[in-house]
Design a protein around this ligand. Structure first.
Ligand code: GRF
Length: 200
């Protein structure tokens, strides 16, 4: 059983997908903390309603390092082993990344390394890509950069816009993020440089 913390800034649909999979016994984990940098984040309100331990930690007026230290100490007090970023809109510094050697995971709505950063789905449409998708990866200090755990392709239709493509990708996000977290919690993902290897 792994202790998992979720960091989010928005609606929290990926958090809900992880929570549902854990509730259904599909992932050997428990959610010990939910942290948001925005008090109004719907995902944080959902955590509150459902009774998950939750905190809003505001970055305003703090250096990135000071903010990171505050979040890390809250997560460590809660006994966190694995951190899942689920629509968390801040880059983590080296102190944060080194504080959770068992893994920090992120989900990104494109097939990395294509279309990192904001509005990945719009980037795919604008570029004229025929295929996009989503990626779950370990987090390092660079944006959308760490070793890839799982990816799934989603076709881009001729009449897609940002909204329609985002909706189809999101459905797949809700499948691969719980699957990736399950594999990590089962210690089945070994990292070798940039590559991850699935072990039995
Ligand atoms: C998702 O598209 C995720 O890939 C990206 O931010 C969005 C978060 O959505 N990192 P939600 O808050 O999980 O609904």
């Amino acid at each position: 059983m792994k202790n998992v913390a979720v960091l989010l800034s928005g609606r929290g649909s990926n958090f809900m997908a992880l929570a549902a999979a854990i509730e259904q016994g599909k992932i050997p984990a428990r959610i010990v903390a939910v942290v948001s940098d925005l008090s109004q984040a719907p995902g944080l309100e959902w955590a509150r309603d459902k009774g998950y331990a939750n905190w809003c930690i505001r970055p305003l007026g703090k250096s990135r390092e000071a903010f990171d230290r505050e979040v890390v100490s809250k997560l460590q007090e809660a006994g966190t082993q694995i951190v899942c970023l689920a629509g968390f809109m801040r880059l983590l510094g080296p102190f944060f990344v080194q504080s959770f050697p068992a893994g920090i995971l992120n989900i990104h709505p494109s097939l990395l390394p294509s279309f990192p950063g904001l509005h990945a789905q719009q980037q795919a449409v604008s570029w004229g890509a025929k295929v996009s998708g989503c990626t779950v990866h370990f987090v390092d200090e660079k944006l959308d950069h760490g070793p890839i755990i799982l990816q799934r392709a989603v076709p881009v239709m001729d009449d897609d816009d940002e909204e329609t493509l985002s909706a189809r990708i999101l459905e797949i996000e809700h499948e691969i993020y719980p699957e990736a977290l399950r594999l990590v919690c089962q210690n089945r993902i070994k990292v070798k440089g940039r590559r991850t290897i699935l072990v039995d």
